[in-house]
Design a protein around this ligand. Structure first.
Ligand code: AMP
Length: 370
């Protein structure tokens, strides 16, 4: 077990988006320096890091330089080329481990891994031809969600088949670009929740409470705390997140998304080997945010408290929503976070905000009349 990184040490971050930006800000507060590998100049993270290597994520010379100038390397998105991360891990500690990338980059590998560790998922079938699609659809009763196995996010590269809306299977197959696909059974869930959990360098485990998430058009719209789920459901979700962390010998923060079924059982939808949009509320409602938790884990510091001090709702500002920023900034009990992106394109995450509320329990505690 290595000693924690000393203040002044450098954390290398692959990827310069908003997650990298928020990781860098958390690292700075703990006295660390950050160096980002990102091809785009003036990206959200590059605006707040100590340095940037401007190159592709798999550029061998850039990766060698990143290893040379960092004390540990992490990443902010799951599509970092596995080969590049594995090569890098020969030179320097890479946390989370490249195996976590391998598992989460391919929905088929991911679901197989989950089922192997007894975490249930929707039923699934690999699809690599129109004929296989027709057969899988038939097996799932004429409905299902067709997804690309790789490079899908925020609902991109997906098609929903419903029994009551017959579709042209051949046209849908062609529209997916003839890449490897997976058909999942269409889950009729009551709600969606996610767990943000962490594993420290010494194997310690910690999890924030589950957030209840609402998606619009496949993109996260809001996360609400507390989630309206039974304690046994929250406990089951936490246990699954911990099993995943242990099975991957993981170090850092992970996001695990679940469907909650009417009988209160849960299915894992997907895992993200990084800090996660549905954990942004932690920066406003907890003393230690998911970003600080990740930095603590990879730096070998003790994990921080996951206690939640407020009820809250986090909402994303997507595209033109960012025009609400001025009005939102006038609200008390609201934390606004903008990502420094110049252009508000449709579907682009520009920022988020978290409204906090005192929970009824806290109101009762402070009111002797209650
Ligand atoms: P994903 O990109 O896989 O996280 O999917 C985005 C959103 O689509 C999820 O958060 C769900 O709201 C919905 N979704 C994905 N897969 C399924 C499924 N198998 N059954 C029902 N809804 C799904």
């Amino acid at each position: 077990m290595s000693a924690p990184l000393s203040p002044g040490a450098t954390i290398g971050i692959i990827g310069g988006g908003q997650l990298g930006r928020m990781l860098a800000m958390a690292a700075a507060r703990l006295g660390y320096r950050t160096l980002v590998l990102e091809p785009q100049q003036d990206a959200p993270a590059s605006q707040v890091t100590n340095g940037q290597i401007v190159a592709a994520y798999d550029d061998p010379a850039a990766l060698a330089e990143l290893a040379e100038r960092s004390d540990v390397v992490t990443y902010e998105f799951e599509n970092v080329p596995v080969e590049a991360a594995t090569r890098l891990a020969d030179q320097i500690r890479v946390s989370p481990p490249p195996r976590a990338l391998e598992v989460s980059q391919d929905r088929l590998t991911e679901k197989t891994f989950l089922n192997d560790i007894a975490a249930q998922t929707a039923r699934f079938e690999a699809v690599s031809s129109e004929k296989e699609l027709a057969a899988a659809l038939k097996a799932f009763g004429g409905q299902g969600v067709l997804k690309t196995r790789r490079l899908g996010y925020d609902g991109k590269g997906q098609h929903v088949f419903r029994k009551d809306r017959p579709a042209d299977v051949s046209a849908v197959y062609a529209s997916m670009g003839k890449v490897p696909l997976i058909l999942e059974s269409l889950v009729s869930f009551d709600r969606e929740i996610s767990i943000i959990a962490a594993r420290g360098l010494d194997g310690t485990l910690a999890a924030f409470e589950p957030a209840e998430n609402v998606h619009r058009g496949g993109i996260l719209h809001s996360s609400t705390l507390p989630a309206m789920v039974a304690e046994e459901t929250a406990k089951a979700a936490r246990q699954i997140a911990f099993s995943i962390l242990k099975a991957l010998d993981y170090v850092g923060v992970i996001g695990v998304e679940f469907f909650v079924l009417p009988d209160r059982s849960i299915l894992v939808n997907e895992i993200a080997p990084r800090v996660h949009n549905s954990g942004h509320w932690t920066e406003a409602a907890c003393l230690v945010s998911q970003f600080e938790q990740h930095i603590r884990a990879i730096a070998g510091l003790p994990l921080g408290s996951t206690e939640r001090h407020f009820d809250c709702i986090m909402e994303n500002l997507i595209g033109d929503d960012v025009e609400r920023a001025n009005a939102l900034s006038m609200e008390p009990n609201l934390m606004l976070h903008l990502y420094g992106k110049a252009e508000a394109r449709p579907g682009r995450k520009m920022g988020h905000f978290t409204r906090v509320f005192r929970s009824q329990e806290q109101v009762d505690e402070n009111d002797p009349e209650a």
